[in-house]
Design a protein around this ligand. Sequence first.
Ligand SMILES: *Cc1c(COP(=O)(O)O)cnc(C)c1O
Length: 433
Amino acid sequence: MNQQMEIYKTLGISEAVYAYGETYLRQLEARFSQIDQVAEYNQLKVLSAMQKNRVSDVHFTPTTGYGYNDLGRDTLEQVYADIFHTEAALVRPQLTCGTHALAVALFSNLRPGEELLSPVGKPYDTLEEVIGIRESVGSLKEYGISYRQVDLQKDGSFDYPAIEKAIHEKTKLVTIQRSKGYQTRPTLSVAKIGELIAFIKKCKPSVICMVDNCYGEFVETIEPSDVGADLVVGSLIKNPGGGLAPIGGYICGKKEYIEQAAYRLSAPGLGKEVGASLGLNQTLYQGLFLSPTVVAGALKGAIFAANLYENLGFRVIPNSTESRHDIIQAIEFGYPEGVIAFCKGIQAAAPVDSFVEPEPWAMPGYDSDVIMAAGAFIQGSSIELSADGPIKPPYAVYFQGGLTWYHAKLGILKSLQQMVQEGLVQINPIVIN
Ligand SMILES: *Cc1c(COP(=O)(O)O)cnc(C)c1O
């Protein structure tokens, strides 16, 4: 028996499950090598931006209070702007999460009487309250900003005639969500987003095109800002924080829109000038530096899981061979025990709280019990290996992340082990050429 299998055994993986995993892994070599190439490209893109901006240890010096002349913060924003090829960027711990960054971008660039359009269907759950799709205090709707939505067609493509009709004199900003989030529609490739933006700009050149880039950063070699997006927005406890950023969000884009956002985040007149970095700069730089390889590990995990579970007969979204535009993997089990066993396995593989057993629970904002597995260094960080699933049909689990490929691999093998132990699936000895 080889040494590798020995150490997996001490972590509770049986020989059969290990062998099953290895068999599928051998088929994935070409895909993994493609992922590594994207990571290499993005690593160099990040490095080149850091070198161009002469990042130095002076940039790691903490500031406090107002944070005037925070050189590290201002340089980090220039590094982001160079990576995303935008005129400017706002990258701050004061942007508390992805939803906040998106809300700031929206509230700052829309005025009463104007309209927001989503041409890609319903946005991410938390945005419903920001926009006022679900009644909520302080929404855009309360400020007299209206919202219109055009759903994707059944096959996931854009409904161009309906989009053209939905754009009128009040339309000011279009929001395009790259990742599918918790929906079953496909995630949009950057190229697809580019086609959509070109169409929208043809209908109305003055409209601002914003992309919710959450979970998409560094999955491809280009970003939505390379194909015409005026604003790209995301969370630092997802991809670009590299697992190190303890908080934060980013907004990259045209200078005038970023300035608007800065005046909204702090105050009119103050803008980007204030906002102490409180000693977080070094972590934000280092996380960004690591992000391309972290994202590559997470992607390998997602593809590995898709292959294992698809071959066990479950529906997986995206499927085992589809190209990837974000790091999220969904698996439909069709019965609650599958969701629960999967999450238990992910939890048991964690570096933190591996001894905890997750259980389905009622959560605010959900209409069914939900089970969540996460043993993360940073609370709520979903670039770290994590999984969750509502206990309702189709009994799907959504999972993402993994700071290293090896951890993601262990998590997926642990989930399978749990399924096997509970008699939910059987692995037959397989022979594949
Ligand atoms: C995570 C996510 C958000 C919100 O980010 P939070 O940091 O959870 O507030 C918005 N949109 C998409 C597509 C996301 O995946």
